[in-house]
Design a protein around this ligand. Sequence first.
Ligand SMILES: Cc1cc2nc3c(=O)[nH]c(=O)nc-3n(C[C@H](O)[C@H](O)[C@H](O)COP(=O)(O)OP(=O)(O)OC[C@H]3O[C@@H](n4cnc5c(N)ncnc54)[C@H](O)[C@@H]3O)c2cc1C
Length: 277
Amino acid sequence: MTTPTTSEPRVKLRLHPLVPRLLRVVDVQTLAPAMRRIVLSGDDLAQPFPFEPLAASDHVKVVFPEIESGEIHLPTVADDRLVMPEGRPRPIFRDYTVRSYDAAARRLTLDFVLHDHGVAGRWAQNAALGDPLGVLGPRGSHLYPADFENYLIAGDETALPAMARWIEELPSGARAEVFISIAHQIERIALADRPGINVTYLDRLAHGPAVLMETVQKFVRPEGDLFVWVAGEAAAIKPIRRHVRDVLEIPAEHVDIDGYWKQGIAGLDHHEQDDDD
Ligand SMILES: Cc1cc2nc3c(=O)[nH]c(=O)nc-3n(C[C@H](O)[C@H](O)[C@H](O)COP(=O)(O)OP(=O)(O)OC[C@H]3O[C@@H](n4cnc5c(N)ncnc54)[C@H](O)[C@@H]3O)c2cc1C
């Protein structure tokens, strides 16, 4: 297998029509003390929902009920752009990974980290069968390359749904190191067991808050080409981004590192982050 040239874009973007959907909770499962699986369904899934293989970072914008009214008012779409509902407060959006989609059963699965600090974390703690939830997108899919010999996949709990997809969707024969930072051992969830894919849970309580960065710093770049995907708390992944660029010297085209949330910031827009540092 040859190493692709650095100028070749290795992650392809496929755009999808923007579709707002009002869905309802049809199943709730506890995956770990601080992780809940929410399965959504509804007639609005009659319009095809995009679900691409090896597009592990695919995400929807979830629209939560208004604080005051408790109602969900979805934006509409005109000329492929979102139009906010007139005379209503701006809808509360948060990004959530498409963990899976069952087209035959029209069931969309999202996995939520539970926490008390924000609308989404609290909504998921209390979600019950029949609860409504708005969903926009996915707007586009990053189609990751399937032809690398090695993959380095790392992140915290918010990236766990995407990492679970990487583990399931990598082609057979690919080698991957997957480093998952969790608050405590009890937050481990069961993941697919596939040859060539090594999964290591990193317990922050036992090893400290910087354990993900320290582990990536000890990672020895393997022979052959390497694709790197990392997501998690924005400040925590900055030194990882620098390490991947400056020490591992992985070309930018072979790297996707994204801040999924930021301490102290509500509703972080991950598109507005500074990729440089
Ligand atoms: C592409 C993408 C995919 C994502 N996929 C998932 C996913 O599948 N599952 C998932 O759980 N999250 C996912 N996230 C992260 C999620 O969107 C954020 O955690 C979001 O901020 C949660 O919204 P909130 O309303 O609970 O908190 P916000 O209102 O955004 O923030 C309020 C406060 O809570 C803090 N906070 C936010 N998230 C957390 C957290 N996880 N733990 C502790 N404190 C937090 C903030 O720092 C802030 O101080 C994804 C993010 C992106 C960009």
